[in-house]
Design a protein around this ligand. Structure first.
Ligand SMILES: Cc1ncc(C[n+]2csc(CCOP(=O)(O)OP(=O)(O)O)c2C)c(N)n1
Length: 218
């Protein structure tokens, strides 16, 4: 919302898009962002990826709202709920919302309903809080990559060799990027204190000194 409104102040026609989970919509800053975006008609798209879990917390345990889209109504923001596993509808609605934003028509909230098949992070074990066979069935039914593949086959546009070639190319690109980042020079941790404010303030300076004194910053 801040980045979007900044563009208005600069006089550009750029829009901003923010992606966040269902759990994020239970936090105060989501509501503050929507409220002020509506008040100043900011060129922003709020894109909610509703995968129905905030790590181990299922959606019904963190909100009583039937949908996330309805939260936009309270702020008079046009809101849609879409099939987040349909790449075409995700593309079309995102494009439409960005166009509205760039035309000065203000914010949009998109709720894209999906499902997290695997773990939240490598430290998470979803078998502890949900039946993993459900994830398996959902994947078979609605995986977006498989859906596009089925669509291309139906249209007779599918090229198996091209797919294999791209998979190889992308694999090499990912491996190269990981190698590059692993060799990246380490940042100076003291820098995190230097850019909090334009001119530093004493509590930040004290924290920096304290950490340097303890040798925590190497
Ligand atoms: C203020 C705060 N509290 C807790 C966390 C720990 N945390 C990280 S991700 C997460 C759940 C996020 O759920 P959701 O918004 O649904 O996004 P998802 O990762 O499921 O897509 C939590 C609680 C955090 N990062 N920040």
């Amino acid at each position: 919302m801040g980045a979007a409104y900044g563009e208005v102040l600069k006089g550009t026609t750029c829009a901003a898009i923010a992606y966040f989970g269902d759990g994020a919509t239970s936090e105060g800053d989501f509501h503050e962002g929507l409220n002020i975006a509506s008040v100043v008609n900011a060129p922003v798209v709020f894109f909610n990826q509703n995968n129905q879990y905030a790590i181990s917390v299922p959606i019904h345990k963190q909100m009583k709202s039937q949908t996330i889209a309805q939260k936009g109504l309270a702020y008079d923001i046009p809101s849609v709920r879409i099939d987040g596993n349909d790449p075409f509808v995700v593309y079309m609605e995102t494009r439409r919302a960005l166009k509205r934003a760039r035309n000065g028509e203000g914010p949009t909230l998109i709720e894209a309903v999906t499902w997290r098949y695997g773990a939240h992070t490598t430290a998470d074990d979803p078998s502890k809080y949900r039946d993993q066979s459900v994830s398996h069935d959902k994947r078979v039914d609605s995986d977006p990559i498989d859906r596009v593949e089925r669509f291309l086959k139906l249209k007779d546009w599918y090229d198996h060799d091209k797919k294999e070639e791209w998979l190889k190319e992308i694999g090499v690109e990912i491996d190269d990027s990981v190698d590059l980042l692993e060799r990246y020079p380490k940042a100076d941790p003291a820098l995190i204190f230097d850019y909090v404010f334009e001119h530093s303030i004493w509590p930040i300076e004290e924290q920096k000194k304290e950490l340097l004194r303890k040798g925590a910053l190497g």
